[in-house]
Design a protein. Structure first.
Length: 516
């Protein structure tokens, strides 16, 4: 005879329906705690706090599949392990699958002034044991026992908040179920981080942007927008079509206006566009692109031409108090079809226009703040050098932590300095300045099969690791993607930009030599 079950191990709590009014009410109540945390706790490193990090790429699943080693991008926010230098801070880091222990050891070894064991005792690593393309936060929400383990890892009576890569309705639901606020913009405002929403913000802020049209939702609207753009700018050679929620250029396409007849322009575009449209993603078809345009919407804008052209960005933060901060500036390194794919960045941006993009960043941040924006975001520009100076075109707002976030955070944690926008420099407490070159896309077939341990051996043997005495050197991220995908992220810090580039080149040279 079977013994009856009298008690369950785990009784899942009653949670509100996702995206319901009840969930939103709880969310706003939790968010009201952030201002008090920001004022009373965050400025004092000696006070106890808990940071829950969920580095989910909550993107369109089709877009996520295009990113080689997409789940390893969850490692980019391992830079937040540096928060453990605050002696009473606890960190809970949740991933799709377990991170190799040697990678965790690597980051803890970089911690300045804190014994690795002390930091390790304040770090909780949890995972879903699931490497599917589904967003990490969706995986967590499917696992109520995991949510309970996260809750139990937060000490009673200690303030806590959620940090994520990008904030969607999934992250809002998770914050509500954990009972903690989220340091990010309300997901109901995500439109302002889309390509269409960005263009509207730029217009309201009074900053320059390419001629174009937003909220394009089907093939006919796309054709009409291209016709109107070409009529407005008869000399236009290329137009860019972007899906609203494309990532790292993967949702972009280029149309070349080659041999366009003056008459019957609409008929020419309708006939030739399916053949002439060039996609950044070489695997996407015209029909799939139009289908995604219908579900996501998108924009059409003039391709910015110029003999000397750069792609700077400015990173801003809106504090819970409403204060606006300029965090950093970068010059992006772009590649792919007509320079649409993000490959890396240099820090800081060109001195000739740092002040310009900072001023535009503040104007854009003010508009976002007035709409309810919160936390870190970036603005990308295209800049063209003209005889009268630099002409800047705002391109998009990224309401998320981008490819420039983790390199800068690591630099800041390692050196205790900060970016001084009035001096156009990153200055450390000893008065010295630092620069870096960073990339997420150091990828070669020969690197496949290298384990994290192999990489550590090379770093030590060739003296490539970051040197805390000289405060320069190289540190790595995306290490977990190395063996399977031959892909690695790297940031090289130097006393000059030339020195940072030199360290990067030397490191690539060593990796190539070791794998030749």
């Amino acid at each position: 005879m079977q013994t009856p079950v009298s008690k369950r191990i785990f009784e899942p709590p009653i949670v509100p329906v996702r995206a319901s009014d009840e969930e939103r009410t709880i969310y706003f109540d939790l968010q009201s705690q952030l201002k008090q945390q920001f004022t009373d706790i965050w400025p004092d490193d000696s006070l106890a706090r808990t940071v829950v990090v969920v580095p989910s790429l909550s993107l369109d699943e089709g877009m996520a599949e295009k990113i080689a080693g997409h789940h390893h991008y969850e490692e980019r926010l391992l830079c937040l392990l540096m928060l453990l230098r605050k002696p009473r801070t606890r960190l809970i880091y949740v991933t799709s699958h377990a991170i190799d222990p040697s990678i965790i050891d690597y980051y803890l070894h970089l911690l300045p002034g804190i014994p690795g064991r002390h930091a390790r005792e304040r770090l909780s690593l949890l995972n879903c044991n699931d490497t599917s393309t589904k967003a990490l936060t969706a995986k967590i929400l499917e696992r109520p026992r995991l949510i309970e383990r996260i809750r139990q890892a937060i000490p009673l009576g200690v303030s806590a908040h959620l940090v994520c890569f990008n904030a969607t309705s999934l992250e809002r639901s998770l914050a509500v179920q954990l009972g903690i606020p989220m340091f990010a913009t309300n997901p109901d405002l995500l439109y302002w981080g889309t390509k269409s929403g960005s263009r509207r913000i730029f217009k309201e802020a009074g900053v320059g942007l390419p001629e174009g049209f937003e909220n394009v939702s089907n093939e006919q609207e796309l054709i009409q927008a291209l016709v109107n753009l070409k009529i407005q700018q008869p000399e236009l050679k290329k137009a860019v079509i972007k899906l609203n929620d494309g990532f790292s250029g993967e949702g972009n396409a280029i149309l070349h206006f080659d041999n366009v007849p003056n008459a019957q322009l609409e008929q020419w575009i309708r006939r030739e566009m399916p053949k002439k449209l060039r996609f950044v993603d070489p695997e996407i078809s015209y029909l799939v692109f139009i289908e995604k345009l219908g579900s996501m919407q998108g924009i059409v804008e003039a391709f910015v031409e110029g003999e000397t052209k750069t792609s700077p960005s400015v990173q801003c933060r809106i504090e819970p108090s409403g204060e606006i901060s300029i965090i950093s500036t970068h010059d992006q390194v772009l590649g792919g079809e007509s320079g649409q794919v993000y490959l890396g960045c240099t820090f800081p941006a060109n001195r000739e226009y740092q002040e310009d993009i900072c001023q535009m960043g503040v104007k854009i941040a003010q508009q976002l703040r007035d709409k309810g924006g919160l936390g870190r975001f970036g603005v990308d520009f295209m800049s063209v050098k003209t005889p009268k100076g630099w002409q800047h075109y705002a391109i998009e707002i990224n309401l998320r932590k981008g490819g420039t976030t983790h390199p800068y955070l690591m630099l800041q944690f390692l050196t205790d300095g900060h970016y001084q926008s009035e001096k156009h420099q990153y200055v450390m407490p000893n008065g010295q300045v630092r620069y870096y070159f960073a990339t997420d896309n150091l990828k070669k077939e020969a690197y496949r099969g290298l384990t994290p341990q192999d990489l550590m051996d090379m770093i030590v043997f060739h003296g490539l690791h970051y040197d805390s005495v000289r405060q320069e050197g190289v540190f790595f991220h995306l290490i977990g993607a190395l063996s399977e995908h031959g892909k690695l992220g790297m940031t090289s810090i130097g006393t000059t930009l030339e020195r940072a580039q030199e360290l990067y080149n030397k490191t690539v040279e060593v990796l190539d030599f070791e794998t030749s």
